[in-house]
Design a binder for this molecule. Structure first.
Ligand code: PDD
Length: 285
């Protein structure tokens, strides 16, 4: 079955899905993206992702080309047209294609709006059972990481270095503290059973999965603390894990080759993964 991609109002075969070389997303990374998970053909925690999309575009003074209800309709149609059961749906909006190239916002530009799906078995990923290895990297990103911008070069380089070191994620380090993963939020469980994740600010992306996991944990009387933590604190922790739309909850078992606890996913991480999965299935649309 040929993949179908959404481009500016049309559902087209992937080979015909094209945007201009003058697109500001391509030239300036002047655009915003979102990724939502799909389970059993349904969108997971999508309202949270669309709320963040609305906020991100607002922060760069970019108007959404469609209303949020219409975006959900397009997402659903694209999922159906691709027969997607499990995976992710990616969407991107840029400030459009304008000639000549100019840094200043164009007076009249039609935003470019694309969406595509990727099949992925998130629930049965092997790494959910084994946990993942993390490599620390200096956080060289810009100062507005709360905006889900398509400018991802720092993450590309960090995640490439991690992959070359045999790791599945990079943990970004700034002033001796972990900010977040290259494409995930970072958590630890301290020896006295406090769940710790960095507070939201312009230093990190406000993760939708992070938010849901924190709420689910608090509802179960777990202590959650939003603060920065260091790599040595993470190495001394009971457990560590990452969260994202494309992974849900995944244990981190080593950092720079050093084991956390016994080097296996911990019981709290496994439990939170189960709890998140229940939430995801129960609220899918
Ligand atoms: N990345 N932090 C960063 C820098 C991210 O890129 C992501 C998500 C997250 C987790 O956010 P959420 O739980 O809302 O997915 C945190 C997506 C999955 C990506 O770039 O593919």
């Amino acid at each position: 079955m040929e993949q179908i991609v959404y481009v500016d109002g049309a559902f087209v075969p992937a080979a015909d899905a094209k945007v201009s070389v003058f697109d500001r997303g391509f030239l300036f990374a002047d655009g915003i993206y979102e990724v939502s998970a799909v389970l059993d053909g349904k969108l997971i925690d999508n309202d949270s992702h669309l709320a963040r999309l609305e906020r991100s575009v607002g922060e760069i003074a970019l108007a959404l080309p469609e209303t949020l209800p219409r975006i959900v309709e397009i997402q659903k149609e694209l999922i159906a047209r691709n027969g997607l059961i499990d995976g992710v749906i990616y969407l991107q909006v840029t400030r459009g294609a304008v000639i000549p190239r100019d840094f200043v916002f164009p007076k009249e530009a039609k935003p470019t709006f694309v969406m595509f799906t990727t099949a992925k078995d998130i629930v049965n990923a092997a790494s959910a059972k084994t946990g993942i290895a993390v490599k620390t990297m200096p956080d060289i990103r810009w100062a507005r990481r709360d905006i889900k911008s398509v400018a991802l070069l720092a993450q590309v380089l960090a995640k490439q270095a991690a992959a070359e070191a045999g790791c599945q994620e990079a943990w970004m380090i700034e002033d001796g503290q972990v900010t977040e993963g290259g494409s995930s939020s970072a958590f630890i469980l301290t020896q006295d059973d406090v769940l710790v994740t960095r507070e939201n600010s312009s230093a990190i992306l406000p993760g939708c999965t992070r938010k849901a996991v924190m709420k689910l944990a608090e509802e179960r009387q777990l202590r959650v603390e939003e603060r920065a933590f260091s790599v040595s604190e993470a190495l001394a922790a009971k457990e560590a894990f990452i969260t994202s739309a494309s992974l849900f909850v995944q244990a981190v078992v080593t950092i720079d080759g050093q084991r956390i606890a016994n080097g296996r996913p911990g019981p709290m991480t496994n439990r939170l993964r189960e709890i998140y999965l229940e939430f995801a299935r129960a609220t899918a649309v």
